[in-house]
Design a protein around this ligand. Structure first.
Ligand code: LLP
Length: 414
């Protein structure tokens, strides 16, 4: 579904013109479509019908309360990686029994919070973490449900920064050590082994590595069963990619079917942790051209959004399509779309063919995932507001920060 389409020459978010949103909330501004979020979640949930399954949205991709609320209302669970995300999902109305806690560095305080709340599962990533969790659960008189995040050592074929399933990555426990660690976990008094987990990377465009990883994980499931350790669930992680430019993207069906076929004879609850696929194409960043600066070598269009808002191009060299809210019929030129931040890496798009004039509104597309969530206040830039469009209605779901808020926690010397 495309929630962002032109009507009468103007780009809309559902039924609302982006010109109106810019006039009302200013720029830069994040714009989300509720329908696009719901459709993306539905795709997963429909494919999983007939299975004992739970989609646990990876909160890190976009943690706005309204986004979490949309998913919680439709029965999604959540994959969290910090105490902060735990408090967020609870604030958004999540059911604690539908929360899984991932991450390599859970602190004692975070474990304690999650144990008190009674989450579904801790995805444990090391022997040291097992021991800490056992100790803290013991102190609280609780039993911690755990799965081990197993590193299946498959190459997911994605950007090295977001590939996580190789031996050389910091994530998960080594495949060859998993059995021994499971035995250790089973022997610890305050842990209950309930599942197994793997996550091999992000923005994956080929379903094959998922299936390959699952085969390896299922081999372990059988070995564990032979050892008397029966698992209740299998967590397949996230990672399914989206179209940013012209990538061939697998359907949710093409991604899930081969895996579900392998799982249908088994009595295992299926958990998934999609992030990007649920939110990535449900959001855009609305920005205005401040200045045009044509040059001998390059033409720069300086816009009011920057790398502090959307870090992905600077950080990974990622492509986001950039389109005019009201396309001009005049001849186009090639533009570097850059922000006002004092770094040469502050670009949002390079070499873009656009017909531009100062004051034009641009939409930076596919900016629902890892976009606002990774923004910063670099150059003392207040973070942009977030709005969610729902049919013809627009809800402000995070207001623009003020400059005073940026230094409110700071003090001059006495
Ligand atoms: N589960 C775990 C344990 C994860 O580490 C991640 C993402 C996910 C699920 C969700 O993956 P997704 O379905 O969104 O691919 N900042 C990068 C992406 C980092 C992904 C980190 N982990 C980017 O902007 O591309």
């Amino acid at each position: 579904m495309n929630a962002f389409a032109y009507r009468d020459g103007v780009l809309q978010a559902e039924l609302v013109s982006l010109i109106d949103i810019a006039a009302r909330f200013g720029t830069p501004c994040w714009v989300y479509s509720r329908a696009a979020l719901e459709t993306a979640l539905d795709e997963f949930q429909q494919e999983l019908r007939g299975f004992d399954a739970l989609v646990c949205y990876a909160v890190k991709a976009n943690s706005n309360l309204a986004v979490l609320d949309v998913f919680a209302r439709r029965g999604a669970g959540f994959d969290i990686v910090s105490g902060g995300e735990l408090q967020r999902v609870l604030a958004a109305g999540a059911n604690p029994r539908q929360i899984v806690f991932s991450g390599v560095g859970k602190t004692a305080a975070e474990m304690e919070l999650a144990l008190r709340i009674g989450i579904l599962c801790f995805n444990v990533e090391s022997a040291a973490e097992l021991e800490r969790l056992d100790r803290i659960a013991g102190q609280l008189g609780k039993i911690a449900p755990i799965s081990l995040r197993v590193n299946p050592d498959v190459d997911a074929g994605t950007h090295p920064y977001i590939s996580t399933g190789l031996k050389e990555n910091k994530f998960g426990v080594a495949y060859d050590e998993a059995l021994a660690l499971y035995r250790q976990a089973a022997s610890l008094a305050n842990l209950q082994v309930t599942g197994i987990d793997c996550h091999i990377g992000s923005q994956l465009l080929d379903p094959a590595p998922f299936s390959e990883a699952l085969d390896k994980v299922l081999l372990l499931v059988d070995q564990l069963a032979a050892d008397g350790i029966a698992l209740r669930h299998i967590d397949l992680g996230g990672g399914l990619g989206i179209r940013y430019r012209d990538e061939e993207v697998p359907t949710v069906k093409a991604y899930l079917r081969p895996m579900l076929d392998k799982l249908k004879e088994r009595q295992l609850q299926v958990l998934l942790e999609p992030g990007r696929r649920l939110v990535g194409n449900a959001g855009l960043l609305l920005t205005r051209v401040e200045y045009l600066k044509p040059g001998e070598v390059r033409n720069f269009a300086i816009v009011d959004a920057a790398m502090n808002d959307l870090a992905r191009p600077a950080l990974y060299g990622s492509w986001h399509d950039i389109v005019a809210v009201v396309p001009r019929q005049t001849t186009s030129s090639t533009w570097e779309i850059v922000g006002p931040v004092c770094e040469s890496g502050d670009f949002l798009g390079r070499g873009r063919e656009l017909a531009l004039a100062a004051g034009d509104l641009l939409a930076i597309l596919s900016a629902g995932a890892y976009s606002m969530a990774m923004s910063s206040n670099y150059n003392s830039r207040p973070r942009a507001p977030e709005v969610m469009v729902d049919g013809g209605a627009v809800h402000l779901v995070r207001r623009r920060e003020t400059v005073a808020e940026l230094y409110a926690l700071e003090q001059r010397l006495p």
